[in-house]
Design a protein around this ligand. Structure first.
Ligand code: C5P
Length: 307
């Protein structure tokens, strides 16, 4: 095993402390945006959003073990440094609570980066939730969400997943009743997308009124099947203009038989939803047979706080 790139701290409790809980393994799920309305630019430079976010049964894994130092490693070497949101969440918790305990944090990535799937934000939320337990901090969800928002706009959602209405810059989260599991086919073109670059390229004509999100919430409440959910993404046109690969990926998914195709977040991943697994599988098989990368999964129906 590679040496841990660690953050060494002093004044640590002994890892032999008999009250230290056993190791924890957290699942950090991916998300898709079922809607994403950009309402306008805020004075702080961020954009005001309304979005329904939905977690998936596809996840990274974060293992947390009680040791005396704070140590972090990741199976993707480019993500294994101290800038990763996992050790940053741990340091933030230590600073805010004065907790001097340590942990060995080992991240196994399954979710691609710069893909609009929220993987890094989800990892950060798993770090906050897991360390809150491992270190017996007893912080309430609202406090964890406040700390999470400092790490990234999408982090609080993952504390309330699987289904939520988000607003503000993404950090104001209202949990929704999760719909029955839908089958999801995802395809990520071979590019990563900078979220900041897509937001920067928005023109006032790209701004919406939030009605797309309201319509989707109404469809979920009415129990509509996934093929009838009014999906929308106010970042899709801007992302497709900057990255032609996104427009090509949307066409590819439709040509493989999907009745609709939508980009998640700021891209680059596109997805389609299905009530029946056989319909999802036939689109997935077609993509794979043509040599394209694809993932077949389901929407999650339970979240970290409801488990
Ligand atoms: O909050 P986070 O660090 O994930 O955001 C990444 C970037 O995306 C921000 O620096 C900002 O440029 C852009 N952004 C935005 N409005 C939001 C969320 C993100 O303009 N609501």
């Amino acid at each position: 095993m590679r040496a841990y790139r660690g953050i060494r701290r002093s004044g640590i409790l002994s890892s032999m402390d008999s009250s230290a809980p056993a190791a924890l393994v957290m699942r950090a799920p991916a998300k898709i945006n079922l809607t994403l309305d950009v309402l306008g630019k805020r004075p702080d430079g961020y954009h005001a959003l309304r979005s329904v976010m939905q977690a998936l049964d596809w996840h990274d894994t974060l293992q947390l073990e009680p040791v005396s130092d704070l140590l972090f490693d990741c199976d993707v070497p480019a993500l294994a440094g101290d800038a990763n949101l996992v050790p940053r969440a741990a340091r933030l918790l230590q600073e805010e609570t004065g907790c001097a305990r340590g942990a060995r944090l080992t991240l196994r990535k399954g979710i691609p980066v710069e893909a609009g799937l929220g993987g890094g934000s989800s990892d950060a939320a798993a770090s906050l939730l897991g360390l809150n337990r491992l270190w017996d901090l007893g912080l309430p969800p609202t406090r964890l969400a406040e700390l999470g928002a400092r790490l990234g706009s999408d982090v609080p959602f993952f504390l309330y997943a699987p289904t939520a209405l988000v607003s503000g810059r993404g950090e104001v989260v209202e949990a929704l009743t999760p719909p029955p599991a839908a089958h999801v086919v995802l395809h990520k073109p071979a590019i990563g997308i900078s979220t900041a670059r897509v937001f920067r390229s928005l023109q006032p004509g790209d701004y919406g009124d939030g009605l797309g999100t309201e319509r989707l919430v109404a469809a979920l409440r009415a129990g509509a099947p996934p093929e009838e959910w009014p999906l929308s993404n106010g970042l899709q046109e801007a992302a497709a203009a900057l990255y032609p690969e996104v427009a090509a990926a949307l066409r590819l998914l439709r040509r493989a038989g999907a009745p609709h195709a939508l980009m998640t977040g700021s891209g680059s991943t596109v997805y389609a939803l299905f009530a029946r697994e056989s319909d999802a599988r036939s689109v997935y098989d077609r993509l794979r047979a043509d040599g394209h990368g694809a993932v077949l999964t389901r929407t999650a129906t339970a979240g970290p706080l409801s488990a």
